[in-house]
Design a protein around this ligand. Structure first.
Ligand code: RAM
Length: 330
C-alpha cells in the first residue's frame, strides 16, 4: 500500500513537472481578413510549420473585413489569452503599433509578414519579395499586355494597406522612367480586398475612363474581381488586367483572355516561413537586431537589415503556359 502510494505520488509529481513543458506554444497567425484564398494558403503553410516544430499550435484568425480596428480587437484578446507569439499581416502600419507594443511588453513575440507594421510595433518583418522588384514587375507585365502607350489604372486593396501602398509607390517610380512615359496612370481606386467592392470599382473605372487599356491590381482579391468584370462587361481584348493573383483563382481569366500574365510568390511558403521565424524568437535564438540570421526552415535563412526586415524570393510569373499546372497548389 505504501509502495503503491509512493508510485502514485511519483507519477503525479512527474506529470506536474512535465506538463508545463509539454504545453504547446501558441502562435497566432493574424491575417488582414478571413475568407481570402491567399491567407488560407499561407495558413496551410503555417500549419505545416506547426507540425514540423511539434510543440506549436497555430491559431489562424483575422477580422471579417480588412480593417485595423478589427485586428486591434483580435490582438487585445490574444494578449489576454497569453499566446507566445503574434504573426500579423497588418491592415495599417501605424494603427496596430500601440496594441502590438503592449503585447511585446507582456513578453509576446511579434513579427509582421506580408503587410508590415512600423518598426517599433514588431520585432521583424518578413517581405515575400523585394518591393522594388514587385513594382517593376507590375509595370513590365502591363507593358507586355498593352504595349508602350495607353491609359492605365490601379485597383488596390485597402487605402492603408502597408504592402500595396509600398508596391504602388515602387510602380509609380518605374512609370516615371522614360521607357514607360507612354503609360498614363489615370486613377488609383480601392476595393478593400472585398470581391464585390473590387468588382464595382473596376466597373467604375470602365465608365470613368472609356480609353482605359489596363488595370493593375496588386491584390489577389482585386485582380480576380477586375478580370471577372472585364469578362462580364465584354471588354476582353480592350482592357487587360494584370497584377498579383493566385493561379487557382486566375486560370479561368487567363483562358478567357482578360489576363495575359500575372505574378505571385508562393503563399504557402510565406506562411510556413513566418511561423518558423516566430519560433526562433520564442526560443530566443534571435531578437530582431540588424544582422540576425533567421532560419526559415526548408525555405532557407534570411538576414535582417537595419530596419529589422528581410525578403524572400522573386515573384514568379504565370500565363497560359503554366497557370493550369500551379492552379492545383494555390
Ligand atoms: C491580397 C492581400 C495580401 C497580398 C496579396 C497579393 O490577398 O492584400 O496582403 O499580399 O493580395
Amino acid at each position: 500500500m505504501k509502495k503503491q502510494l509512493k508510485t502514485l505520488l511519483a507519477v503525479a509529481l512527474s506529470a506536474a513537472l512535465v506538463s508545463p513543458v509539454l504545453a504547446a506554444d501558441k502562435i497566432a497567425l493574424v491575417v488582414k481578413s478571413l475568407g481570402n484564398g491567399f491567407f488560407d494558403a499561407a495558413n496551410q503553410g503555417a500549419q505545416e510549420a506547426a507540425k514540423e516544430l511539434k510543440n506549436v499550435e497555430v491559431i489562424y484568425t483575422g477580422p471579417a473585413k480588412a480593417t485595423a480596428e478589427g485586428q486591434i480587437e483580435i490582438v487585445n484578446s490574444l494578449i489576454a489569452q497569453k499566446v507566445q507569439a503574434i504573426v500579423i499581416s497588418a491592415n495599417d502600419p501605424d494603427a496596430l503599433a500601440p496594441s502590438l507594443k503592449r503585447a511585446m511588453e507582456r513578453g509576446i513575440k511579434v513579427i509582421s509578414f506580408d503587410s508590415g507594421v512600423r518598426k517599433d510595433g514588431r520585432m521583424m518583418h518578413l517581405n515575400p519579395s523585394s518591393n522594388p522588384l514587385i513594382g517593376k514587375k507590375l509595370v513590365t507585365m502591363t507593358q507586355e499586355a498593352i504595349g508602350n502607350t495607353g491609359e492605365i489604372a490601379i485597383l488596390s486593396a485597402t487605402a492603408q494597406a502597408t504592402n500595396q501602398n509600398i508596391w504602388i509607390d515602387e510602380a509609380k517610380k518605374v512609370l516615371a522612367e522614360p521607357a514607360y512615359k507612354g503609360l498614363k496612370l489615370v486613377s488609383v481606386v480601392y476595393g478593400d480586398d472585398q470581391t464585390d467592392k473590387s468588382y464595382r470599382e473596376a466597373q467604375g473605372l470602365f465608365k470613368s475612363y472609356p480609353n482605359l487599356k489596363a488595370i493593375i491590381a496588386p491584390t489577389t482579391v482585386g485582380v480576380a474581381a477586375a478580370a471577372k468584370a472585364v469578362q462580364d462587361e465584354k471588354m476582353v481584348g480592350k482592357i487587360f488586367v494584370t497584377g498579383l493573383g493566385l493561379p487557382s483563382e486566375m486560370a479561368g481569366h487567363v483562358k478567357s483572355g482578360a489576363v495575359k500574365s500575372f505574378a505571385i510568390w508562393n503563399p504557402i511558403d510565406l506562411g510556413y516561413s513566418s511561423i518558423i521565424a516566430a519560433s526562433q524568437f520564442i526560443s530566443g535564438k534571435v531578437t530582431g537586431k540588424a544582422g540576425d540570421k533567421v532560419s526559415l526552415g526548408r525555405v532557407g535563412t534570411v538576414t535582417l537589415d537595419a530596419n529589422g526586415e528581410a525578403a524572400m524570393s522573386d515573384p514568379f510569373t504565370y500565363d497560359a503556359t503554366n497557370v493550369e499546372k500551379f492552379a492545383k497548389f494555390f
